[in-house]
Design a protein around this ligand. Structure first.
Ligand code: ADP
Length: 324
């Protein structure tokens, strides 16, 4: 192998830059030409390529977002768009492609590899949602949950000063993992996630109990994809039956995607970036590199995209006990 390319695709996540840096520098260490693709699959189709050297990735390990930009590409979903991408990669002589992204990006990468058998493709899990099979943690998750914890700690100060009830909505359309872990860390009264059924009456009973023992300030963490609705909808339903506390809603939104990556994310990204290049050189193809129980693990891209819909029951029970 002489020439590899790297791109970031789909939702951005803190730590993607650290992964790009690791891919570039490991590739250069092995004497490979490394091409950066600008704006994910759109860049592949448009032939928007940059030759990378060591200084192209200088001073980015601590920066959020992605210096290669990311995009969602409708054209790549079509065979025509992918044909252009393959043509561009062929012309440039790219033999290996590293895709840093989430499950959508991996679906695209796997289809590309099936249509272009001379190309090897390896995925690196970069998403704040932590919803991929084949790795204990995805790059960006640790930073995102720490951002949530910092924000909710601030909200808790005002919640307890005024004895208010706050519904805080966090990201997670399909997965409640951001909500669950950050909810435990902030001592939330309840954590509402898509993987479990939300019972508004039960939530009200919990709030009544807290109110009776004069709990100061109540925080409910709501994953945006909860089955009962978003934070505004749930707050509305609760308020109709429970009006003892003044209720506020905060939607944390995109602040969860940004910010300097945590130490954990920088190290994970560096390791997976390094391992992705080693995997390509060693002949691996159509796999995601992840880390399971501290060890590097390879998972076929088609398996990695399966959402983990079963959350850890002990974590849920523990969260409930802590709120008693
Ligand atoms: P993420 O990787 O964060 O899950 P998306 O789901 O938006 O992000 O996917 C990123 C891009 O991957 C899409 O914009 C599209 O170009 C490509 N992609 C996703 N699913 C497919 C598919 N089934 N076939 C081809 N390309 C796909």
């Amino acid at each position: 192998m002489k020439h590899i390319a790297v791109l970031t695709s789909g939702g951005d996540a803190p730590g993607m830059n650290a992964a790009i840096r690791a891919v570039v520098r490991t590739g250069l260490y092995h004497g490979l030409t490394v091409t950066g693709v600008v704006a994910g699959y759109e860049g592949l189709i448009n032939g928007d390529f940059r030759q990378m050297n060591s200084s192209s990735v200088g001073n980015i390990i601590g920066r959020g977002g992605t210096v290669l930009k990311t995009a969602r590409s409708k054209r790549f979903m079509e065979a025509d768009g992918r044909r252009n991408a393959i043509e561009n990669l062929r012309k440039l002589g790219v033999e290996g492609l590293v895709v840093i992204g989430g499950d959508g990006s991996f679906r695209g990468a796997d289809i590309l590899a099936s249509e272009f058998p001379e190309l090897r493709v390896v995925g690196i899990p970069g998403t704040i949602d932590n919803d991929l099979v084949g790795t204990d943690f995805t790059i960006g998750y640790d930073t995102a949950i720490n951002t949530v914890v910092e924000a909710v700690d601030n909200i808790r100060d005002t919640a307890s000063s005024h004895n208010r009830l706050f519904f805080v909505e966090v990201m997670g359309r399909d997965a409640g993992l951001i909500a669950l872990r950050s909810g435990i860390a902030v001592g939330a009264e309840a954590i509402l996630i898509p993987e479990t059924k939300t019972h508004v009456d039960r939530l009200i009973t919990q709030l009544e109990r807290g109110w009776k023992r004069q709990k100061s300030g109540h925080i409910i963490i709501v994953a945006e994809g909860d089955d009962a609705g978003g934070a505004f909808q749930i707050a509305d339903m609760v308020q109709k039956k429970f009006d003892k506390l003044e209720t506020k809603v905060v939607v944390l939104g995109h602040i969860q995607r940004g910010g300097n990556p945590s130490c954990m994310d920088r190290v994970l990204a560096t390791r997976l970036g390094y391992e992705a290049v080693e995997a390509l050189i060693n002949g691996q193809n159509r796999v995601m590199v992840g880390q399971i129980s501290g060890k590097v693990a390879y998972t076929p891209l088609t398996n990695a995209v399966k959402h983990i819909m079963d959350v850890n029951d002990t974590m849920l029970l523990m969260a409930e006990i802590m709120a008693l």
